[in-house]
Ligand binder design. Structure first.
Ligand code: NAD
Ligand code: UD1
Length: 339
């Protein structure tokens, strides 16, 4: 299959590109590098031993996108292109709505004009909202999101559902990611956040490599077994392989289907820290701090539907996630920038 990855130079897109190339698919990437660089794609090509068709363009630029789609004629699109920093989305909500919604609308319009009928969308567990009981199951309604980033995901799911009602030829697969972490086992590609990491695993990795002094653990008085929040961390290569299955599934049908991509098992912030210390072999400085606004005590996936219907389940352990994150960070202390 020929697959266009919008936002494919980013963290999840680059790992998915590699999984797709390794499964024999052809990959086209469109990215404006607002949160990535072409270096990730160069490394994906090296690892796969095959080229990627790479375009620098904004997905909101309909004339650029039309010319790429009509020239390359992909069978399916995976839509990763979006801004994703929760805190920043509270500061600059309009930039988040503008980028994430416009990119989706332009992509759908251009797909319509060029006859591309299959789309897989990077959604998030955040769409279950603040009040959903755990574990999260796909049959639950979308809830109230705690921030503009989350609302963009919820709104885009609605837009895609409406588009599929109006066009019975459209196939939409909504993938709700839980907490993707880790890196490809080679250590050649990984997560490279700009500035101070917002998320737990990259922050821990940067403490381990000496770029940050101390991990602040946001809250140790939650109603959880050790008082710290619990999340469903999923290895990014398991997630990438989930995309390959979702793509094959979506290409053979019409209408909308939604899948959680998680492991079904939560680990706490402290458990993650200790697993990382085991992987890197030394203790990491940490301190307990105030709760972070908007954090939920715990959530994890009911991972049954993806297993039943896609025949996919996460295989990699918490130790694998930490080993691979550390391998990437140790080999690339400054990420894709030369150190
Ligand atoms: P990322 O920032 O590494 O990748 C997103 C890519 O999209 C980047 O390469 C960026 O340059 C590109 N992009 C953004 N806007 C664009 C535009 N208008 N035109 C062209 N390219 C554009 O993020 P990621 O972690 O790889 O996440 C991929 C997708 O998955 C995002 O939509 C994100 O919201 C979603 N998601 C991520 C997580 C996570 O924890 N990483 C969790 C749930 C959902
Ligand atoms: C966040 C986003 C979610 C997004 C997900 C993956 C919120 C409310 N949700 O989820 O929309 O899909 O990232 O990108 O922000 N922690 C620390 N110290 C740190 C960093 C994090 O203690 O320096 C804790 C957090 O308080 C949280 C846990 O680690 O309890 C996980 O945090 P994070 O990695 O940011 O993911 P989420 O908050 O689950």
């Amino acid at each position: 299959m020929k697959v266009l990855l919008a936002g494919g130079a980013g963290y999840i897109g680059s790992h998915t590109a590699l999984a797709l190339l390794n499964a024999g698919h052809d990959v086209i990437i469109v990215d404006n590098y607002c949160n990535s660089s072409p270096e990730s794609v160069r490394r994906v090509e090296q690892l796969a031993g095959r080229p990627v068709e790479l375009y620098e363009a904004d997905v909101r630029d309909s004339s650029a996108l039309l010319s790429i789609l009509s020239g390359s004629r992909p069978d399916s699109v995976i839509h990763f292109a979006g801004l994703k920093a929760v805190g920043e989305s509270v500061q600059v909500p309009l930039a988040y709505y503008r980028n994430n919604l416009d990119a989706t609308l332009t992509l759908l319009e251009c797909m319509g004009k060029t006859g591309v009928r299959n789309i897989v969308f990077s959604s998030s567990a955040t769409v279950y909202g603040e009040d959903a009981p755990v574990p999260y199951v796909e049959t639950m309604p979308r809830g109230r999101c705690s921030n503009p980033y989350g609302w963009t995901k919820s709104m885009i799911e609605q837009i895609l559902e409406d588009a599929a009602v109006a066009d019975s030829d459209l196939s939409v697969v909504l993938l709700r990611y839980f907490n993707p972490v880790g890196a490809h086992e080679s250590g050649r590609i990984g997560e490279d956040p700009r500035g101070i990491p917002n998320n737990l695993m990259p922050y821990i990795s940067q403490v381990a490599v000496g770029r940050r002094e101390c991990l602040n653990i946001f809250g140790n008085d939650y109603p959880t077994p050790d008082g710290t929040c619990r999340r469903d961390f999923i290895h990014v290569m398991d997630l990438a392989e989930g995309h390959a299955r979702a793509l094959e599934y979506g290409a053979g049908r019409k209408g909308v289907e939604v899948f959680n991509l998680g492991t079904g098992t939560p680990y706490s912030v402290l458990e993650m820290l200790h697993a990382f210390e085991k992987a890197c072999g030394f203790p990491l400085k940490h301190a307990f701090a105030e709760r972070r606004a908007g954090d939920l005590p715990e959530f994890w996936a009911d991972a049954g539907k993806a297993k039943r219907i896609l025949g996919w389940q996460a295989k990699r352990s918490l130790d694998d996630m930490c080993r691979d994150a550390w391998n990437w960070q140790e080999q690339n202390p400054m990420g894709y920038q030369p150190s």
